[in-house]
Design a protein around this ligand. Structure first.
Ligand SMILES: [Zn+2]
Length: 304
């Protein structure tokens, strides 16, 4: 039996919001079973929004995943949600005194460390698992996201960028605590200088810098070094795990992305959830977490 989990103790951090450039205080608190992950705006009298596919703001998916319910709008949720899924935390209250989860260093490691500091506590209620039973494909404008049945949660991703530091990168891993903390969490978000200058001109990403992103010009990076040799595709996996957390359950299946991004991840998940013949919901009866540090560079089969 696999049980739901929350955190043991309240923890807090302060960081810059990527878009506003303002400081945001974020407090993580334990939550009862079946709560899910709920963002609370303390600056808006406790207006809240749950991390769930129906609350994704599809008009704001270009740069990050935004949740909205009534007055409660929360931007840049994906790295924290990814860390929660990578830590198998099901229930969590996330208090914010602003509209953004702080960007920290652009990776999920600071959130993972915060969750580790808080401690993980199992709860006496079985975890809910969305188990994929049939392949499901989603394609749009040459971008693809798909899933096939698997005995655990695994993710594969392939990206292609005409840049000497990226070119084509592929990666596959089984999502367990060791693989997540070593191979996914440290990967920082990345962007191209030309896009960043344009976005700044639009009044966006005021908090963005080489302190919280890998910034690429036409053939170099402005940062000193990479953290992982495949840091770019690893960050796409980080983002995908965070966006798939909007299912509100644990996941069992092999999820794959090809040249995708937040919008594709969200559209895929929405379509998958509507195709109820492709999955079943099970309680507690999830395959045991693989004890093996299972990550490998295998070929990602791209559907025709
Ligand atoms: Zn990201």
């Amino acid at each position: 039996m696999t049980f739901q989990a929350t955190i043991q103790n309240e923890v807090r951090t302060v960081g810059v919001g990527l878009h506003s450039g303002n400081l945001v205080t974020m407090t993580l608190k334990p939550a009862p079973p079946n709560t899910g992950i709920v963002f609370v705006r303390t600056d808006l009298n406790g207006a809240y929004v749950k991390a769930s596919i129906e609350h994704i703001d599809f008009s704001m998916l270009q740069l990050a995943t935004t949740l909205r319910s009534g007055r409660a709008l929360v931007q840049t949720t994906e790295h924290l949600l990814s860390a929660a899924m990578g830590s198998a935390i099901d229930n969590l209250i996330v208090e914010l005194d602003g509209a953004e989860v702080p960007i920290m260093d652009g990776s999920a490691t600071p959130f993972l460390m915060l969750l580790e500091e808080a401690g993980r506590r199992e709860q006496a209620v079985a975890a809910q698992v969305l188990r994929v039973t049939k392949p499901f494909f989603f394609e749009k404008d040459g971008k693809k996201v798909w899933v096939t049945p698997a005995s655990d949660m695994r993710v594969s991703y392939e990206i292609r960028f005409d840049h000497p530091l990226i070119q084509r990168q592929r990666k596959t891993l089984v999502v367990n605590a060791a693989a997540y903390s070593g191979q996914v969490a440290p990967a920082r978000t990345f962007g191209f200088l030309r896009d960043l200058n344009y976005l700044r001109g639009q009044g966006l990403i005021k908090g963005g810098s080489v302190d919280n992103a890998i910034v690429l010009d036409s053939d170099h990076m402005l940062n000193e070094s990479l953290r992982l040799k495949d840091e770019f595709v690893s960050h796409k996996i980080l983002d995908m795990i965070g966006d798939l957390a909007m299912a509100g359950t644990r996941l069992e299946g092999h999820f794959q992305g090809y040249k995708a991004g937040h919008e594709m991840h969200a559209l895929f998940l929405q379509a998958l959830l509507e195709n109820e013949d492709c999955y079943e919901m099970v309680r507690g009866d999830v395959a045991a977490e693989s004890p093996v540090f299972a990550t490998s560079m295998v070929e990602v089969p791209v559907p025709a």
